[in-house]
Ligand binder design. Sequence first.
Ligand SMILES: Cc1cc2nc3c(=O)[nH]c(=O)nc-3n(C[C@H](O)[C@H](O)[C@H](O)COP(=O)(O)OP(=O)(O)OC[C@H]3O[C@@H](n4cnc5c(N)ncnc54)[C@H](O)[C@@H]3O)c2cc1C
Length: 319
Amino acid sequence: MSIVVFVSNTKGKINKAGLEAICYAADVAKDSGDSVTAVTAGSVEGDGGAGAYGASKLLVGASVNHSDSTQVTNMVNAVISDEGANMIVTSHDNDGKQVAPRLAAKLNCGIVTGVTGLPDTSSGFTVKKNVFSGKAIAQVSISSDKKILAILPNSHGLHEQGGSAEVSAWTGDAGAASVTVKEVKVQESSVVPLPEAELVVSAGRGMKGPENWGMIEELATELGATTACSRPVADIGWRPHHEHVGQTGVAIRPNLYIAVGISGAIQHLAGVNGSKKIVVVNTDPEAPFFKAADYGIIGDAFEVVPKLVAAAKAFNASK
Ligand SMILES: Cc1cc2nc3c(=O)[nH]c(=O)nc-3n(C[C@H](O)[C@H](O)[C@H](O)COP(=O)(O)OP(=O)(O)OC[C@H]3O[C@@H](n4cnc5c(N)ncnc54)[C@H](O)[C@@H]3O)c2cc1C
């Protein structure tokens, strides 16, 4: 039997969150003895990296509109039926959030979204997920035969397992289009998108104004990091909204999160407390963020950040 993994792709490449979902399924399959079949809407180059992360097969629905969740759901549903799969895995990213609940309704089966760990099958089938803005962990059991798991991005990690996937075209009927795409605009950027970033430099109201963001951008450039910000900073227009992280913004789990002049309110922490290492720069020793920090610098951003930039420049020059 196979585990079916729905992955999305951009410009012919499977997204990092999708590769992580494949990795997760491959790790489950090591115990269950299943194989992993990935399925994607829209064309990909080669196997898109699916094989390297553990898929033995990649089905490509080149004519399926990836913006049309109904069509994508129909395609994945057909693949589940063809493969006789009982486990369906996807990422809890934007596309996974559209498709996974629709599949659960169609299949009338149990679903857990935001999964953060491999299943415990010692007694039934239980997985972990974060709840209450990451303040607690829930253990959720699924009792239906078919099970859908949507994996929280960056919670499982990527590890290459070698191999390449056999690529086949999916030529089934995904039904009539319910969405017409008139134009696709892909934002060209050399910077890693925030949800996929391993290194993030973020700043808040402590920066006093948008004119002071130069040093934050400079630090990010030297580190090869992506910039982020707290919500009020985006709300008052100092930074673009797509940089806002937290409960109501983007949820990230980078390897390193540097927070400058951010108080560390619970709603902000909800989106960043899965970061592997957190560095906080704040003038207030009582700032709540220090409780979540791995490294804290009590100091003025306008003195500390230029020193960090200089240190990063010196390090880069020495390489
Ligand atoms: C329903 C709801 C949802 C929300 N969702 C989000 C969310 O998704 N994301 C989010 O970020 N917020 C969210 N908020 C807002 C959140 O509660 C906080 O108000 C917000 O995170 C505070 O932003 P801040 O830390 O930039 O600003 P402030 O709270 O004003 O903190 C600024 C910090 O900078 C420090 N500082 C000042 N000067 C300097 C200096 N020179 N050098 C270094 N440090 C300095 C201060 O000591 C302070 O700790 C939400 C609120 C609600 C009610």
